[in-house]
Write a protein that binds this ligand. Structure first.
Ligand SMILES: NC(=O)C1=CN([C@@H]2O[C@H](COP(=O)(O)OP(=O)(O)OC[C@H]3O[C@@H](n4cnc5c(N)ncnc54)[C@H](OP(=O)(O)O)[C@@H]3O)[C@@H](O)[C@H]2O)C=CC1
Ligand SMILES: Cc1cn([C@H]2C[C@H](O)[C@@H](COP(=O)(O)OP(=O)(O)O[C@H]3O[C@@H](C)C(=O)[C@@H](O)[C@H]3O)O2)c(=O)[nH]c1=O
Ligand SMILES: [Mg+2]
Length: 284
């Protein structure tokens, strides 16, 4: 049996869709601000593998709520990893492009130096380090710009704003790969299954949808596929001030994922079609 931390999140919901027998724990069953609750859940359920799909993902809010973000993103994953290592069970942990500083224009390799720009990225990096330091079999899957038909994400925000307004200003100098949550869920399940037979696959991997794009061009494709008429004007990051600084370069090198798990970089334009279709928002 696979134990999943997370129930209502984007990746968690796609895991439930693909693995109906997995046991998915919501906040009421395992609160990640309580590391001992995470350990206890793993000891009680004795799973064959654990996937952590829960996190504090409110990037701007984290700037003024560092204690909670660190507990959820930094400490809880370490507690899970310790319990998994004790029991000889693999842990799949989801992380983020925001562990990088966003310098340059080349895709970040899995072993590229990290340098988070804000609290969210810093706490996610602490979680990665805690998972590695626990010494058990694990896969840290870094992804970026997650989108799905569930929860809060850029696609749903654009559908809402695009219907209300005839013009939006969107940052065009942050470049990355929008990633459908379904593709992340698929990699989580592949990694969980393969780590059991091949612990040598332990390590850090990247999954991001291709081709790399800007938020502005991503918005244009959302409006085109949804048949919404809304002009998108390019702006620099400097013209969209937010509490948290975001990386300009979010490109991730996915080659280690292909080599270890045989999964190609997903095409986000196809994933976007499926998401809009799920939402009943695809242009007829
Ligand atoms: N969203 C994105 O754009 C990106 C996400 N990631 C990473 O991908 C993973 C999945 O993200 P995604 O599916 O988008 O996340 P969501 O924001 O959609 O969901 C987060 C989940 O974490 C749960 N959660 C938050 N705090 C706690 C807590 N204290 N105790 C228990 N559960 C908690 C939430 O529960 P509740 O519903 O109760 O709040 C929710 O189910 C995370 O590791 C994230 O860091 C990486 C790159 C981009
Ligand atoms: C709504 C809106 C956003 N933007 C910009 C702000 C931001 O740079 C970009 C995307 O907005 P979001 O609020 O989705 O950004 P954000 O929540 O920071 O997205 C990040 O979430 C975390 C959890 C991650 O791990 C990252 O990979 C990334 O997906 O679009 C505009 O320029 N104009 C707008 O009207
Ligand atoms: Mg967001």
């Amino acid at each position: 049996m696979i134990l999943v931390f997370g129930k209502t999140g984007q990746v968690a919901q796609e895991l439930r869709r693909r693995a109906p027998d997995a046991l998915c724990l919501g906040r009421d069953e395992a609160d990640l601000t309580d590391p001992q609750a995470c350990v206890q859940a793993i000891r009680t359920h004795r799973p064959d593998a654990v996937i952590n799909a829960a996190a504090y993902t409110a990037v701007d809010q984290a700037e003024s709520d560092e204690d909670t973000a660190l507990a959820v993103n930094g400490v809880a994953p370490g507690a899970m990893a310790g319990a998994c290592a004790d029991m000889g069970v693999p842990l799949v942990h989801v992380s983020t492009d925001y562990v990088f500083d966003g310098a340059g224009e080349t895709p970040f390799a899995t072993d590229a130096p990290t340098g988070p720009l804000g609290v969210y990225g810093r706490t996610k990096l602490a979680g990665e380090e805690a998972v590695r330091n626990a010494g058990g079999v694990h896969a840290i899957l870094r992804t970026s710009w997650v989108v799905s038909a569930h929860g809060k994400n850029f696609v749903k925000t654009m559908l809402r704003l695009g219907a209300e307004r005839d013009r939006l200003t969107i940052v065009a100098d942050q470049i990355g790969g929008p990633t459908p949550a379904g593709d992340i869920a698929e990699l989580c399940l592949a990694a969980a299954a393969q780590l059991r037979d091949d612990p040598a696959k332990s390590g850090t991997y990247h999954i991001s949808g291709g081709p790399d794009t800007s938020w502005a061009d991503f918005a244009r494709e959302i409006f085109a596929q949804a048949g919404l008429t809304c002009e998108v004007a390019d702006i620099p990051t400097a013209d969209y001030p937010t509490p948290a600084q975001r990386p300009l370069n979010s490109r991730l090198d996915n080659s280690a994922t292909k080599a270890a798990f045989g999964l190609d970089r997903p095409d986000w334009r196809t994933g976007l079609r499926d998401i809009l279709n799920d939402l009943g928002a695809l242009k007829p």
